[in-house]
Design a protein around this ligand. Sequence first.
Ligand code: SF4
Length: 212
Amino acid sequence: MRKENEVLEIIARLKKEYPVTGPFLDWSNPLELIVATSLSAQCTDERVNTVTKSLFKKYKTAHDYASARIVDLEKDVYSTGFYRNKAKNLKGLGQRLLDDYGGEVPQDFTSLQTLPGVAKKTAAIVMSKAFGVHESVAVDTHVFRIAKLLGLTTSQSIESVRRDLNAIVPRKHYLYFNELLITHGRKVCIARRPQCSSCILLSLCPTGKENV
Ligand code: SF4
């Protein structure tokens, strides 16, 4: 089966298995989505959602982040881990938005990547979710791992896997493919203990066939 057709079959099977994907990060505007996605590095969505519940009440604008004291931001994001770096990025994010984008989140994939703490993965998610423009598959640890297990790519770097997936996943499904694989990675294709014998993708998966 050609890889493009395999992807369509994978999406169809996962869609049937998970009519509802997630839960994912809570947000209500592009700034909140960037902040939540930045905080989600090395942290669960549930933990981030707990933290952002009060964070988003306290910091509503780019100016709020830019003018915050680092010690306060550190305290506010402490439980998401790597709090020093995350707090620094949030303050820098607010400042950069004020300096270069009039305090607004730019609706542009390349510009987004100039913001502190925002790399291609976050930029792709923000473009898809906040602006409805699908620029790239967002490759997180689940997507990276499962795409390789399924034989969709043999690349070793996140950037190469991203390029490989962008070439075989239909653009309109970039975000959906990411969400389906994350959901599958949490429920069945769990790192270090994938449940291959009960996996809906087994017949399509070279790794699973070796495992069972
Ligand atoms: S068959 Fe196994 S390795 Fe392949 S996607 Fe399913 S759980 Fe993951």
